[in-house]
Every structure is written in structure tokens, then in C-alpha cells.
Design a protein around this ligand. Structure first.
Ligand SMILES: Cc1ncc(COP(=O)(O)O)c(C=O)c1O
Length: 411
């Protein structure tokens, strides 16, 4: 047989349909084409950094919480939250429903928490009643949840878990690394005390920034610490003193230059400013609806190709789809085939599901028929090359039907 044509051979990079980092909108890329600037220059502080952090409050849906932007990634945000609030021996209940719940557990153990794990079968819904009794019994200082478990493509009920935390006097830590700006996350209404994310997923900004919100309750808990946090750079209380103006509860006289506990990357802040502007121009309601329709379309495509979702469909995520590879096909081979032949990069599963599941991100810019339809098409071609047969074009046709009917209805 003749070797197959490699459609991707002229491309210098694959289209990123992995669950982050994701494709970047053109204005975000353009924002970075600037000569160097000085991170402690007042002009950068007043005209770029401050407006960006204030605009991020709207994306996080918080008017009470302070938004802190620092170099790093999602893990930096998680660790900053943990190191700032946990004192050795503090009780923390960590909900573990996948790989990123395990990550939270490890971070909490490292900072000295007395961790009690609330285990949820990967890809299965969370039993809220059982969680409530568990929290009542353990009486933790902090309850943590991964809102969107990227390892299994599942979304958990942030609002209901936040209510449990509140009823039992616990601080609520929420990892929104793969949901913020793609799925509705209401920091204030859900009572989130530390909402932690990274720049490179649904925010559609480049990898390299961590973002954390801190509630009034969380500041008070930090003030009550008996010992200072053991990090110079990531202690959020230091950030409040050096960075937050007096009018918002910090120690920096309003209008005076702030100090930075760590030097802020100027180009990444410019990119974040452009990304946040695009999100607010689009409108949060429209953006969530767009992700919902794109997620539904992708899942309809999988179904038409007789591919089974990994999670229970009732909790399927609108930003990441995780699905099982057909029997006899290896996940890594599908990824390679799609990348080499079609120039589209998707991800394998994680940990023990690495060779049996695949993951696709439909996030930010890629929650769009322009990206979802070619991905389904490339998936079908790759599977066919690897010996799996389904009705030609059925996946794309089903997804297209969802896109055709998916209207935007502001509520
Ligand atoms: C839910 C979740 N939490 C935490 C992380 C870690 O974030 P980062 O890779 O940006 O450090 C990820 C990364 O994929 C994630 O999806």
C-alpha cells in the first residue's frame, strides 16, 4: 500500500487541542510584540498592571476579593494559596476525584496540613450528602475542590461545595485552572476564599502567569497565623502589604507605587490585559454559552463515532472532553497519527488511564466550530488508519447539527 499523505508536513507547529496551553487570539500575540519595559516603572503599574488586575475581578466575578497576578502557572497559584493559609497541623479536607485532586493533596501535605482525603471515583459525581457529613465530622479549617477535573473531563458543583464549607465554618479553596473564563465560576456568590487558576487555558493567555483571588475571610485567617508563612515570594499576606492600596485594605498609600514581592513579567501582563479585554468584550454569558455548545457538539461527535465518554455524562465538562479509545487501539498512537497526518494535537489520558483514554480541550479560542469540526474529522481519520471503523463523516455531521442549532440566549 502507498504510504498515506502527511497533511501536516507543511505546518511548523500543530494546532493545540490539548487541554491547555491553548491557541492564542491574534490581539494577545500582538500585545507581546513590544520592546522591553521596566516592571517597577509607575507607567507599567498604573496603566497595565492595575487595570488588568481590576478587570480580572470581573472575570472571577468578585467585587470583594483581591486578585493577585504572579509569574508561574496553575500550580504556583495552588501553592501560594496553601502556603499562605495553612499552618502545620491545620486540618484540610481535600476532595480527590482525579489527578489534580491528588496534586492538591500533595501540596497540602507539603505545607504541613493534616490532610483527610474525601475520595470520589474518577469520573463519577460527588455525593454531596456524604461530603457534608464528612466535613461535619472532620471540622477542617479548609475544604478544597478541583472545579473542573482536567484528568477526567468532569465538572463538580462548586456552588454546592462552597455552601457546605460555609455551613461548617471552613475556608473554601477552589482550583479553577481549567474552568475559569470557560464555565461559570462565581467567586463571591459561591463563597470562594481562594480561587486559583493559570493563564494558559480558558483565559486564552500565554503560559506563565498564576492568578489567585483572596477573600476578606482568607485575609483574616492569614492575619491570625501564629507563625509567618515560610515563603518570601508566595506569602499572600506580604502581597497585600506591598501591593494592595489602603483603600482596598492593603498598606500601599493610594496612588503610590506598589512593590512587587516577585518581579512581574511585563510582556505576559500585556498579553493578559489583551486576553481579559477580549473576554469582557465578548461577555461572560456569551462565553459560557459558547463553551457549552462547543462541548455539547464535541460530545455529539464522539457519540456518533461510537466513542464512549470517560466520565458520567451528567458531569461532562464543557471545556475538556475525556473519552475511551476503542478496544485494540492505543491512545498514544491516535495522538501521533492526528499530529503527524493532520497537524492537530490532542492529549492522552493521565496516570493509569494514559493508554486507554484521550483528552481534547475546547477552551477559549478553540471552543468554536472552526477547531472542533476539524478535530473530529482528524480523529476519525486517525482511528480509521488504526483499524477502527465508524460511519464516515458521522462525527462531524452530528457536531455540526449542534452548532447549527446552538443559539445564544442571554438570561
Ligand atoms: C485542574 C488543574 N489543576 C492544576 C493544574 C496545574 O496547572 P499548571 O500546569 O498550570 O501548573 C492543571 C493543569 O493542567 C489543571 O488542569
Amino acid at each position: 500500500m502507498e504510504p498515506s499523505i502527511r497533511w501536516a508536513s507543511g505546518n511548523n507547529r500543530p494546532i493545540l487541542m490539548i487541554p491547555g496551553p491553548t491557541e492564542l487570539p491574534w490581539p494577545v500575540l500582538q500585545a507581546m510584540s513590544q520592546p522591553p519595559m521596566i516592571q517597577y516603572d509607575l507607567n507599567f503599574d498604573l496603566n497595565i498592571l492595575e487595570p488588568t488586575t481590576l478587570a480580572l475581578r470581573d472575570v472571577f466575578q468578585t467585587s470583594e476579593g483581591e486578585v493577585i497576578l504572579m509569574p508561574g502557572s496553575g500550580r504556583t497559584a495552588l501553592e501560594a494559596g496553601a502556603i499562605s493559609l495553612v499552618e502545620p497541623g491545620d486540618r484540610v479536607v481535600v476532595i480527590v476525584a482525579g489527578q489534580f485532586g491528588l496534586l492538591m493533596r500533595e501540596i497540602m501535605i507539603r505545607v504541613g496540613a493534616q490532610v483527610t482525603e474525601f475520595a470520589v471515583e474518577w469520573g463519577q459525581p460527588l455525593d454531596l450528602q456524604r461530603l457534608e457529613s464528612f466535613v461535619e465530622r472532620v471540622k477542617p479549617k479548609i475544604l478544597t475542590l478541583v472545579h473542573n477535573e482536567t484528568s477526567t473531563g468532569s465538572t463538580y458543583p462548586g456552588e454546592a461545595v462552597g455552601a457546605i464549607a460555609r455551613r461548617h465554618g471552613a475556608l473554601f479553596f477552589l482550583d479553577t485552572v481549567s474552568s475559569l473564563a470557560g464555565i461559570d465560576v462565581n467567586t463571591d456568590a459561591w463563597g470562594v476564599d481562594c480561587n486559583m487558576t493559570g493563564s494558559q487555558k480558558c483565559l486564552a493567555a500565554p503560559l506563565g502567569m498564576a492568578v489567585v483571588t483572596v477573600s476578606g475571610r482568607a485575609w483574616q485567617a492569614m492575619e491570625r497565623r501564629t507563625r509567618k508563612a515560610t515563603s518570601w515570594v508566595y506569602d499572600l499576606l506580604r502581597w497585600r502589604d506591598l501591593w494592595v492600596p489602603v483603600s482596598r485594605g492593603g498598606k500601599v498609600p493610594d496612588g503610590s507605587p506598589r512593590r512587587q514581592p516577585v518581579s512581574i513579567p511585563t510582556h505576559l501582563t500585556l498579553a493578559m490585559q489583551a486576553a481579559v479585554q477580549l473576554i469582557l468584550d465578548e461577555g461572560l454569558t456569551h462565553r459560557f454559552q459558547r463553551h457549552a455548545v462547543a462541548g455539547r457538539a464535541f460530545r455529539a461527535g464522539l457519540d456518533a463515532m461510537r466513542l464512549e465518554l470517560f466520565p458520567d455524562p451528567s458531569i461532562a465538562s464543557n471545556t475538556v472532553s475525556c473519552f475511551k479509545v476503542p478496544n485494540g487501539v492505543e491512545a498514544g498512537s491516535v495522538v501521533k497519527q492526528m499530529r503527524d497526518r493532520c497537524g492537530i494535537l490532542i492529549g492522552t489520558g493521565l496516570d493509569r488511564f494514559r493508554s486507554t483514554t484521550l483528552r481534547v480541550g475546547h477552551m477559549g479560542m478553540t471552543a468554536n466550530p472552526l477547531y472542533v469540526l476539524p478535530t473530529l474529522s482528524a480523529l476519525e481519520l486517525a482511528l480509521r488508519d488504526l483499524g477502527y471503523k465508524c460511519e464516515p463523516g458521522a462525527g462531524v455531521a452530528s457536531a455540526q447539527a449542534i452548532f447549527a442549532e446552538g443559539t445564544y440566549s442571554p438570561t
